[in-house]
Design a protein around this ligand. Structure first.
Ligand code: ATP
Ligand code: MG
Length: 321
């Protein structure tokens, strides 16, 4: 079984990325042949600062390795080190109905947020289909926001197979319900491009302030809160605290008498402790960047060999020499 997942170097990685995609991907790395990549081509649809792209790419590599991606098990690489994926994007684009892309929520949501769309953002799902299909991937661990894109990938693969004969493996998304959509500090989906993130790593005081600024309602501490399970701090606490601790805070909130400041301070404590081992590992990796670069280079060589094989299969199928 081949497992594939990618993450954009479009900003610092956050709890949504970690629980929605990185943690499941890391847990799956010994279950099959895992291919995990830094989606630097994808980041070009929304980030136009080359220095920032270089910096975020390195940071994503450090973050993923620090969180437990094991390069002896998983093939870890930069998307743009396998330019074959761009050629496959063209081949796939020619069998992709416009309507399929026009219906994509992620594209529509980004426009609604005032992000001015370019052709790349519109074509993003076709590049993503190429990412998945070029490695004959079977399973794609993603957050809920990417479910539709995996469905689009399946449609494109089926269309190509129909048109030119059996060529691509049809992949399945893997979405864990409990972390499908981690909320940001404003209650919307936590997203690098929405400015509502809690990063996995960073300065302690900055992160404490962010957690203290999580949106709450205006009820007094004394009031009982029957909807305690919908409280943002409680939802996030369930991800990073031992279950019985999170349960205890939820019950105190429900009963009334727990202030929001105390709740958020406790959340910060659990969160800071949860990532302590990864933080230590990250500092070690940051002092050994040659190793990180070597991991990505070796990953790219392995990924590229597989990509070449599938691209050649696709070229032959559609009559290119
Ligand atoms: P951008 O805002 O630039 O799109 P992003 O924060 O959405 O960035 P991506 O790189 O697009 O991050 O997504 C990487 C992976 O993380 C995807 O599998 C995506 O589904 C998952 N993911 C992102 N945000 C969340 C979230 N809030 N909850 C669960 N999964 C998420
Ligand atoms: Mg996204």
């Amino acid at each position: 079984m081949r497992i594939l997942s990618g993450i954009q170097p479009s900003g610092a990685l956050h709890l949504g990325n970690y629980f929605g995609m990185m943690k499941p991907a890391i847990e799956l790395q010994s279950q099959g042949e895992a291919y995990y990549f830094i989606a630097d081509y994808h980041s070009m649809t929304s980030l136009f600062d080359p220095e920032a792209r270089r910096r975020y790419t390195l940071e994503v590599a450090l973050d993923f390795l620090a969180c437990g991606l094991d390069p002896r098990r998983a093939v870890f690489f930069r998307q743009s080190d396998v330019p074959e994926v761009c050629e496959l994007t063209w081949l796939l684009g020619t069998v992709t109905p416009m309507g399929l892309l026009e219906r994509c929520h992620s594209y529509k949501d980004k426009i609604a947020k005032g992000i001015s769309p370019n052709f790349g953002l519109f074509a993003y799902p076709v590049l993503m289909a190429a990412d998945i299909l070029i490695y004959d991937s079977n399973l794609v661990p993603v957050g809920q926001d990417q479910k539709q894109h995996v469905e689009v990938t399946r449609d494109i693969a089926a269309k190509f197979n129909d048109t030119y004969g059996p060529t691509f493996v049809i992949p399945e998304p893997l979405i864990r319900a409990e972390v499908a959509k981690v909320p940001g500090i404003d209650g919307e989906k936590m997203s690098k491009s929405y400015g509502n993130t809690i990063e996995i790593f960073g300065d302690e005081n900055v992160l404490r302030k962010k957690i203290m600024s999580i949106k709450m309602d205006s009820r007094t501490p004394e009031e009982p809160k029957p909807d305690a399970d919908r409280n943002l701090a409680i939802q996030l606490m369930k991800l990073v605290a031992p279950p019985e601790e999170a349960q205890r805070y939820e019950e105190r909130l429900r009963a009334g008498g727990l202030g929001y400041a105390e709740l958020k301070r406790a959340l910060f404590g659990f969160y800071w402790e949860y990532f302590a081992p990864a933080r230590k590992k990250r500092a070690e990796l940051a002092a050994n960047l040659d190793y990180v670069e070597q991991v990505l280079r070796e990953g790219a060589a392995r990924a590229r060999a597989k990509a070449r094989e599938v691209l050649d299969r696709a070229r032959r199928a559609c009559g290119l020499s």
